[in-house]
Design a protein around this ligand. Structure first.
Ligand code: ZN
Ligand code: ZN
Length: 336
């Protein structure tokens, strides 16, 4: 099978011919149909974060494919089922996090395309308990971005406790942001989109944003304050500055949800303002299997729209350049 492999950090990915993996006990072999590119895959290939993967490895955690072979004891999915392979490749299932609906915080979790080989390949093995069924109404091209970008922003909006009538600001309109705008609308908020590119702001408007701000030509903090301030700000841009802008744009009682992971990112939090303003900073990491099932159900019901372009796996390096240049309108997806 063909697979895109990170041979070492900061090197070009290599397309290699690897043996089709055998599903172990409790695993399923999945024949990949579509596989989305998440910015995390680029961070993984660069070894950007404190916890690093071990090259050589196959990235990818927006994998959509068809179960081709169950391993011993894998009985939850059948041959022919279409499933999603997400970032949460597996978790222990019995720690305090796993049993309380916070499996995404499990300290024994394994992550697809990071600590185990992922979905940039014609086949992948995955834990039968952690792949999520994809409804027939959701195309594979749409399902791939929903598997990370969708579930991550859906969860971010959920943990922000966004209420109908409140104002939500989305910093960074791309693969994640274009979906965050839509989930904030579903939760009943007024939505402000902030980005550096007018094209992305037009996309946000077309997806229902009430106001857009170009942070290159206007100070987003002032512009958001002029609109009454943010009850919720979702930080999706991969740079520290928008995080501080997002925090400064909050009105009293506001909540900043940190999602993007800039390399070596730190932010300064003004304690006095946080205390007197009753503000919160919340970290949010992907979502659970149930969150992903909810994301698929919303999409199947026609409540969200995915903006994605199809690519070939052999063009993986050019695709990374496209993502890094900011030219991609939303998501790129390899189709097999
Ligand atoms: Zn991701
Ligand atoms: Zn656990």
């Amino acid at each position: 099978m063909k697979a895109a492999v990170v041979p070492e950090f900061n090197a070009k990915l290599e397309i290699r011919d690897l043996p089709v993996p055998e599903p172990g006990p409790g695993q399923v072999l999945v024949r990949m149909v579509a596989s989305g590119i998440c910015h995390t895959d680029i961070h993984a290939a660069h070894g950007d974060w404190p916890v690093k993967p071990n090259p050589p490895f196959v990235p990818g955690h927006e994998g959509i494919g068809v179960v081709e072979k169950p391993g011993q004891g894998a009985t939850l999915h059948s041959v022919g089922d279409r499933v999603a392979i997400a970032w949460l490749g597996s978790a222990c299932g019995h720690c305090s996090y796993c049993v309380s609906g916070w499996e995404t915080l499990c300290e024994s979790q394994r992550n697809s395309g990071y600590s185990v080989d992922g979905a940039y390949a014609e086949y992948a093995v995955a834990d039968d308990r952690f792949v999520v069924s994809v409804p027939d109404e959701v195309s594979s091209l749409d399902a791939a971005p929903l598997t990370c970008a969708g579930v991550t922003t859906f969860k971010a909006v959920k943990v922000s406790r966004l209420q109908p009538g409140e104002t939500a600001v989305v910093f960074g309109i791309g693969g994640l942001g274009h979906l965050a705008v839509q989930y904030a609308r579903i939760f009943g908020a007024k939505v402000i989109a902030v980005d550096l590119e007018d094209e992305k702001l037009r996309l946000a408007t077309s997806l229902g944003a009430d106001h857009v701000i170009n942070a290159r030509t206007a100070d987003p903090v002032e512009a958001i304050r002029d609109l009454g301030g943010a009850d919720v700000a979702v930080a999706l841009a991969v740079a520290p500055k928008p995080f501080e802008q997002a925090l400064s744009s909050l009105r009293r009682g506001g909540r900043l949800v940190c999602v993007a992971l800039p390399a070596d990112g730190t932010m300064s939090v003004p304690i006095f303002d946080m205390v007197l303003g009753g503000k919160s900073v919340i970290g949010s990491i992907v979502g659970t299997r149930q969150d992903l099932a909810d994301v698929f159900a919303l999409h199947a019901a026609g409540r969200t729209k995915v903006i994605a372009e199809s690519r070939e796996l052999v063009d993986v390096n050019a695709c990374f350049d496209e993502v890094l240049s900011g030219r991609v309108p939303a998501r790129l997806v390899f189709e097999f």
